[in-house]
Design a protein around this ligand. Sequence first.
Ligand code: ACO
Length: 711
Amino acid sequence: MMEKPDIKHLFEPRSIAVIGASENPGKIGHVLVQNIVEMGYTGRIYPVNPKGGEILGHKIITDLTAIDDEIDVAIIAVPARAIVPAVRMCAAAGVKHLSVITSGFGEIGNLEEERWVATFARENGMRVLGPNIFGHYSARVSLNATFGPKDIRKGNVAIITQSGALGIAMIGKTAVQNIGLSAIISVGNKSDIDEADLLEYLVEQDDTKIILMYIEGIQKGERLVEVLIEATKVKPVVVIKSGRSKRGAIAAASHTGSLAGSDKIFDAIMRQCGVLRAESVDEALEWCNFLSHAPAPQGENTVIITNGGGVGVLATDACEKYDVKLFDDSQHLKNQFELVTHGFGSTKNPIDITGEASADDYVHALNVAREDELINGVLALYCETALMTAGELTRVIEDSYTNYQQAGKPVVFALFGGEKTELVINNLTQKNIPVYRDVYNATSCMGTLYSFSKQKEGGDKVLDDSTVDIAAIDKIVDDALADGREFLLANEGELLLKAAGLTGPKNGIARSITSAVDIAEEIGYPVVMKVVSRDILHKSDVGGVLLDLDNKAEILDAYQTIMHNCKSHKPNAVIDGVEIVEQVKPGTEVIIGAMRDKVFGPIMMFGLGGIYVEVMKDVSFRALPLSRSEVRTMIKEIRSYPLLLGVRGEARKDIEQIVETIFKLGTIIRNCARITDIEINPLMVYDEGQGVKTVDVRVLLSTAEKGENNA
Ligand code: ACO
């Protein structure tokens, strides 16, 4: 774990300098001072410009080093060409944090100067936010150190954004939608301070109840995963990541100069970290607003209360989509809601109180659900009728919401109708009551709340498999690298499996036709024969592999055929012999991969073999390390998982042995830095209790150390 950065005073500065403060109101250096002064920051402010002068009642000083004060934050708003003297001046003045607004660094290929700033700052005890940012806001000290909108609504949502323009837009959007912020931070090129550093601070900061991140690319993925796993146990973290589409990923990479990893891997790893990934800015803000006010549910039993059957069905669909569990004890629901369903409604969930429902009926049904200890959350739907005025509907929802908040039970509303309904929605939204125009928005908020609550429950301990002989594997790797190879030969792969306690097929290498027969008889028929030659990589292409060999005569024949095929296709190839391998009996084929991702470091992949992986791309990913229960979840995540449970009368497969194999490969890739890829394809899985068998393993090596891969 890296040293924990102390960035408290970036958010709670006692004094601030603005380098490049300008008397000219059209300049960014002017707007920054204006926002700081006018938003009510009460610490000491030092505008700095060699020309001197005055700005908004503050004397502009010409040299920061002349000030006898400790400066917690210096905001730099001078052009890139003037950055070096500005940063040197800050170091000489003992500044603790730099917020570098200036563009013109890594994002346009000027990495050298960006790195100089970060390194020089570190050497002089300064942390750096940016460059290429719009600044940051901290509600705690009423500090608006941005050149965005002046007025930012105070609240408990913290936003970390890699996109400056979108961040500025979100300040405006949150204000309009009545969402209060505890902080907003533009991270730009992340030359030093990144999302992980900010999360560590925000997760411990009382004002922040929920954290929203807009990410384009990640540089230190392993550390981010480590921090996210801990952060999401405490507070919900919502992420919007651009680059979902292939074109989007290319645009993001060129925009930020950082690599957006494969979206599928990102998505899986965010889920693993307990992060709530939103599809759009609107969805993310809706979740944030809802989660920042919603009480923690005591369970997942949800009831839909509606005056319209149609929207009830729509909400049921939405519940399935967002994993919201509908309470289905029909007798209990009948007892509780019979009185409000007018004889022709429904007491089955959705509870349909019918179009005839009056304000009293609606209140009554909501009260019953609130007081019922078996019900943990409510989706309340309302289609506009003439039986309730806008005023009545507003009052019913407002009162019910207050009662639900007091009872500590979550409720969301979705209203359908015309002008009257719009009036009600606008009115209630201003009061931060979760009222939506569609069941999907309402249900997705509820689903997100449940998802966060489950995440907090935590999992079992993460451990490596201590039975894996890492020293033996390192020795195999040493020998291969010394031989000038960046891959393992088949027999070395088998030794690796053995060192990990995994079973491959029985095998032996025959260097003569008679020893071929002896080995085959010892293994037992049927067997497979493969040529052994470092000059022949694609053995099947030259007729160097023969299957289904059942007896001595077939072995004699096969040996000669292989020799003949190889010599005629590759006359100069040196042939070391023929490998005789047990023909593994058929089972369910799965594929397991362990590799080093450029962004997230060691990761695991799992899928069913054959068409499932090749055509359907039905695979799941996880970042390492993993606990056994997380490995089980990873296996369950593939769409074809039911095949492992056994279909059409087939027995359940030995899933626990797949878990063990994944666990062992994870241990190897985490501990053997020079192995870049291990792929078992296929792993034959037999019925429960019958184990698994590795049919083929491919191992790739690199002389580069782990750190270099993750740069
Ligand atoms: N110390 C103090 N002041 C200095 C120094 C110095 N070493 N050097 C120059 N200055 C002063 C200048 O004299 C000037 O003051 P003046 O107006 O009194 O003459 C002031 O600093 C600013 O310098 P300018 O040369 O006028 O630069 P300008 O204000 O035009 O631009 C800026 C500076 C804003 C930092 C620009 O270079 C830049 O990077 N703009 C992009 C910012 C940005 O978009 N960031 C990303 C945000 S995210 C998004 O996309 C929204």
